[in-house]
Write a protein that binds this ligand. Structure first.
Ligand code: MF3
Ligand code: CO
Length: 248
């Protein structure tokens, strides 16, 4: 079931999403060579709690941390660790969310660590741009497949691939609600979008092939071919006109 959010719901959701946006801006300053991903996770958790919200990934299906922090060929769901130390030239995706008064926000960003190669910068840029291509279709009266297709087309046109094994999602009173929001598919297909739908749109883009594998920790997801991967996500609100990006 896809829920239409009321203005009252949206007031809380906007606040959850504002906090998520702020956490990203706060944590980003600590992304430097020599920092562990566990340290970044602590900064994120502190900030969320200080803002009167809860880290909504923690304990979600047993997930052990506040953020998913994924370096280079890790696509998503990297578990923060004292042993994973950022190195100059790495790319690091930080995915995190917050729950505020019963509503959720979710967003991801990919950053370069220090000076990164032009190839890696291009992957980060095209991944972010594919999100903006997608939300051009996040309007009442369009179909979900219009979003999915425009993301896929943009990514593939630029020589990359979109991950198939994981998708975006509806969001609201739960972190993951209907509908699934794939980053691939056919235009004109799928759910008819309505004003008041809130979606987490999150392209996961591999520099090489789309295949991924999960590690024995049950979470860490890597590219099968060892190529780099980037992730970009925002929580958005579908309206009759321009979509609103709640986490930006
Ligand atoms: N950020 C993921 C998403 O966008 C959720 C991570 S799974 C969790 O849907 F267990 F870490 F929460
Ligand atoms: Co998400």
């Amino acid at each position: 079931m896809i829920t239409v959010k009321t203005e009252k719901d949206l007031a809380k959701m906007r606040e959850a999403c504002r906090i998520v946006k702020e956490v990203h801006l706060y944590v980003e300053q600590f992304v430097k060579a020599g920092v562990s991903t566990a340290e970044l996770d602590r900064k994120a958790e502190e900030f969320i709690l200080k803002n009167g919200a809860k880290p909504n990934f923690k304990n979600y299906h047993g997930y052990p941390a506040t953020a998913c922090i994924s370096v280079n060929d890790v696509v998503v769901h990297g578990i923060p660790s004292e042993k994973i130390i950022l190195q100059e030239g790495d790319i690091v995706s930080i995915d995190l969310g917050a729950e505020y008064q019963g509503f959720h926000g979710d967003a991801a960003r990919t950053h370069g660590v220090g000076k990164i190669s032009a190839e890696r910068q291009r992957l980060i840029d095209k991944t972010r741009e594919s999100f903006f291509e997608g939300i051009k279709n996040a309007r009442a009266g369009r179909r979900l497949g219009d979003i999915s297709h425009s993301i896929q087309a943009y990514v593939e046109k630029n020589g990359y691939s979109v991950v198939r094994a994981l998708v975006g999602h509806g969001i609201g009173r739960k972190l993951h609600e209907d509908p699934s929001v794939p980053n691939f598919g056919a235009a004109g297909q799928g759910v008819l979008l309505k004003a008041g739908y809130t979606l987490a749109i999150e392209p996961m883009v591999n520099a090489g092939a789309f295949g991924v594998k999960f590690e024995s920790d049950g979470w860490t997801c890597r590219t099968v071919d060892g190529s780099d991967s980037a992730h970009y996500e925002n929580t958005i609100l579908v309206t009759g006109g321009e979509p609103q990006i709640l986490t930006l």
